[in-house]
Design a protein around this ligand. Structure first.
Ligand SMILES: [Zn+2]
Length: 123
């Protein structure tokens, strides 16, 4: 009842998380860009029948297939999250864009020009 609510802010590292609503510490991240260099030259998405084929691909052990299914299901649903991938080196800094990540739920928020644009607050 008497619990304090602190609106998410670019100037704070402690606010009510836009994902889990808990008042919690937020870690801030700068972002760097890495050029997409696949054959198609566009962002990779695996969905529908292709995801179904991937999930049943016997080349991967069952736990890897589960991980891939979970990953692509989250990406395909529009979720933005931090994930470990191969290390890259990039000196291309994305100026004006930052991420805040909640210590409680580990979910990410995207900030452009100091304004939170994800997760969308109008849903
Ligand atoms: Zn949270």
């Amino acid at each position: 009842m008497n619990q304090q609510t602190i609106e998410p802010s670019f100037k704070l590292n402690h606010f009510n998380c836009p994902s889990c609503n808990q008042l919690s510490e937020q870690a801030w991240f700068n972002t760097y860009a890495n050029l997409i260099q696949n054959a198609e030259g566009v962002p990779l998405r695996i969905q529908g029948a292709d995801l179904e084929r991937l999930y049943h691909n016997p080349q991967f052990p069952p736990e890897v297939r589960e991980q891939k299914l979970e990953y692509w299901t989250r990406v395909n649903s529009g979720e933005v999250f931090l994930d470990r991938w191969v290390p890259i080196h990039s000196d291309t800094f994305v100026a004006g864009m930052e991420l805040s990540v909640c210590h409680a739920c580990k979910k990410a928020a995207i900030w452009l020009g100091g304004e939170m644009v994800y997760p969308r607050q109008d849903e």
